[in-house]
Design a protein. Structure first.
Ligand code: ADP
Length: 410
């Protein structure tokens, strides 16, 4: 029997990391890459270069695929609906994916479901923001509903003045999501895999550290997390997956507040940076379970293989060749697991990650941080561990409107 072809729209590191489990399962992948020599194009032989924003391209590319899934959310919703109308099976489907594509739609739906979110309003003008801020107080967080990633399209505004300045830089009349700035204790992420048959597999809830809107570090499971709160987070993710009809991996990014509440920040419906630990640290990785889920195969156990697994992202630094880091890193620490994405190095760009698992959390973190910094080329720099609890990022912080090349995976 021939294995079904799994199509992936996008060919970044997430599509690349689907390839090892696809090899193990004997499942052929077919990627649609936006440019040549993409992270996935280097390892998925059946990769076509084309623009997913072009419907004809999408339709032609998807023909040999039994099922189509995604490495990013940046496919026009109308195109997804058209693909489905043409008989292409998309997992997740367009109706579910919309909630990971549009933060305003997501907030509205989760609020309807009675799930805990930061207070929010959709705004078009500075007055809308000041009215909202009179209720919740400054600072507020403004977000582009669509197209943001890694903090791009997220702005903190500490005053009416800052709001006016920000809006002046954006196209007139654009609608934005405006949220209270949550004074969170830390950020958590709850991942579940869900198959079309409705089977669910919930990964241990992890702690994530973001710097300037970019995930830099993940600890599985989240240290000292109240077991009841952990169960609540996993149930919440399962409820979102079921209610929205998600198929594949769903990541629910959460804030844990100092008074022990959970608030949903955002959703991703694909393998997620906060699940990379599972490649080395779980019985079944998020990538394998994503494949199993979109193929409607029974899911694998999501349980951790060690008391702790940590992942530290390698962000581009001064050294252009990541390969040069191997002799030192491997000689110093043969227990580390290193994953490079085949991407050219640019400052701050996610180009790989390092994981370590075992019993001693502090030692694991120190080892993985050292290696990540070494690869980037700044061995003296201590990786910071993000924003201290209770302090939001600096005003205006997370990203100016940007014309940088699109790199939507997080
Ligand atoms: P992206 O889509 O770029 O990942 P997010 O909505 O996840 O954007 O925001 C990026 C980061 O900004 C979050 O991880 C968090 O650190 C911070 N952030 C976002 N929304 C809020 C909020 N309402 N209150 C406090 N911090 C926030």
């Amino acid at each position: 029997m021939e294995a079904p072809v799994v199509g992936i729209v996008g060919a970044g590191q997430l599509a690349r990391m689907l390839q090892p489990p696809a090899v193990a399962l004997g499942v052929p992948l077919r990627a649609l890459a936006e440019y040549a020599d993409s992270a996935a194009g280097q390892v998925v032989p059946d990769t076509e270069v084309g623009d997913p924003a072009d419907l004809e391209t999408l339709l032609a590319w998807s023909k040999p695929c039994s099922v189509v899934t995604f490495d990013h959310e940046q496919v026009p919703s109308a195109h997804l609906a058209a693909l489905e109308a043409a008989g292409v099976t998309c997992r997740p489907g367009s109706a579910a994916l919309l909630h990971a594509q549009d933060k305003a739609v997501m907030r509205r739906r989760l609020s309807e479901l009675g799930l805990p979110c930061p207070r929010y309003v959709v705004v078009r003008a500075a007055e809308d923001v000041t009215r909202f801020a009179a209720e919740v107080g400054f600072p507020v967080v403004l977000k582009a509903p669509r197209g943001g990633y890694d903090g791009k399209g997220v702005w903190f505004a500490a005053s009416a003045d800052a709001v006016a300045k920000l809006l002046a830089r954006l196209p007139a009349g654009v609608s934005l999501l405006c949220e209270e700035a949550v004074p969170f204790r830390r950020e958590l992420s709850a991942l579940v895999a869900r198959s079309p048959s409705g089977q669910l597999a919930a990964y241990p809830v992890v702690e994530t550290v973001q710097r300037d809107g970019v995930c830099v570090e993940v600890t599985a499971p989240a240290p000292d997390l109240d077991p009841e709160l952990a169960a609540t987070a996993a149930e919440l993710a399962a409820e979102v997956a079921t209610e929205l009809g998600v198929t594949g991996i769903l990541a629910v990014e959460l804030f844990e507040t100092s008074d022990g509440r959970l608030l949903v920040n955002e959703l991703a419906m694909r393998p997620h940076n906060t699940g990379h630990w599972s490649i080395d640290g779980a019985v079944t990785s998020q990538f394998e379970n994503h494949l199993r889920a979109v193929l409607d195969l029974p899911l694998g156990e999501p349980f951790a293989r060690a008391p702790w697994t940590v992942t530290v992202n390698i962000l581009g630094g001064p050294v252009p060749s990541l390969y040069d880091g191997f002799p030192h890193v491997f000689a110093r620490d043969p227990g580390l697991r290193v994953h490079l994405y085949g991407k050219s190095v640019r400052p701050g760009r996610k180009v790989g990650h390092v994981s370590a698992y075992g019993d001693d959390l502090a030692a694991l973190l120190a080892r993985a941080r050292h290696a990540a910094v070494w690869f980037a080329g700044d061995a003296d720099a201590e990786q910071e561990t993000g924003t201290p609890p209770g302090e939001g990022p600096a005003e205006g912080a997370l990203g100016a409107p940007s014309s940088e090349p699109r790199e939507p995976q997080s």
